[in-house]
Write a protein that binds this ligand. Structure first.
Ligand code: COA
Length: 178
């Protein structure tokens, strides 16, 4: 999957005071797998079995149909997102921002970067699931234009519910070259 040009946070029109201006978004490399997996375990999969262990993350980094984007400040990893691209749709598998970097626009920049990759590939819709109890994630996705369209009972290990969300990337684009 061809990524968009590496975006440097602060060039997106958001007020600079709101974002980490020295943070950059880029593709992960294999050396990031362990740190990403640990963030998934601690920030996303807590209370569940650890499904996104380093080997699975490394396989996604090497998968041509998947983009693993990371947000870095210097060499430090402060967030990541994993998006799988199919012919007509994309699926955001995982997204997390380190607690010390949350609330500064990093998550929105990561999702925007992955969405631009999808649009470049001609994909018009992105799907994502969130734990029903994760009110922060649900508010975050709603703010970014995602709509909740279904509940999946027992989605996580038959014991915890998920909400399914989707975003039409073509909505709001005007004209054939938009
Ligand atoms: C969800 C998460 C990725 C958001 O990342 P973030 O970098 O903190 O989010 P941003 O700063 O880009 O916020 C963008 C918008 O989301 C909403 N938002 C973010 N954090 C929020 C919170 N704690 N409460 C309510 N709304 C919130 C806001 O509308 C915000 O826009 P605003 O700042 O203009 O008001 C982050 O909280 C996180 O990593 N959580 C743990 C892992 C997780 O739940 N992942 C998602 C499920 S896979």
């Amino acid at each position: 999957m061809v990524p968009p040009n590496c975006a440097r946070i602060g060039k997106t029109g958001r007020p600079l005071s709101h974002v980490l201006t020295d943070c950059r978004i880029e593709l992960a490399d294999s050396g990031d797998a362990a740190a990403i997996a640990a963030m998934s375990r601690d920030l996303i999969e807590y209370g569940l079995h650890w499904r996104w262990a380093p080997g699975r993350v490394a396989a996604s980094i090497g998968d041509r149909a998947t983009n693993v984007a990371v947000a870095r400040i210097g060499r430090r990893l402060c967030g990541f997102g994993i998006m799988k691209y199919r012919d007509l749709e994309a699926h955001l598998h995982l997204l997390a921002v380190h607690p010390s970097c949350q609330g500064k626009g990093v998550g929105a920049e990561l999702v925007g970067w992955l969405e631009r990759s999808a649009l470049t590939a001609g994909i018009g819709v992105v799907y994502v699931e969130a734990r029903s109890a994760n009110s922060v994630a649900r508010a975050f996705y709603r703010k970014l234009g995602y709509r909740e369209f279904a509940q999946a009972n027992g989605y996580y290990e038959n014991s915890e519910d998920a909400v399914r969300l989707a975003k039409d990337l073509w909505l709001g684009r005007v004209g054939p070259d938009a």
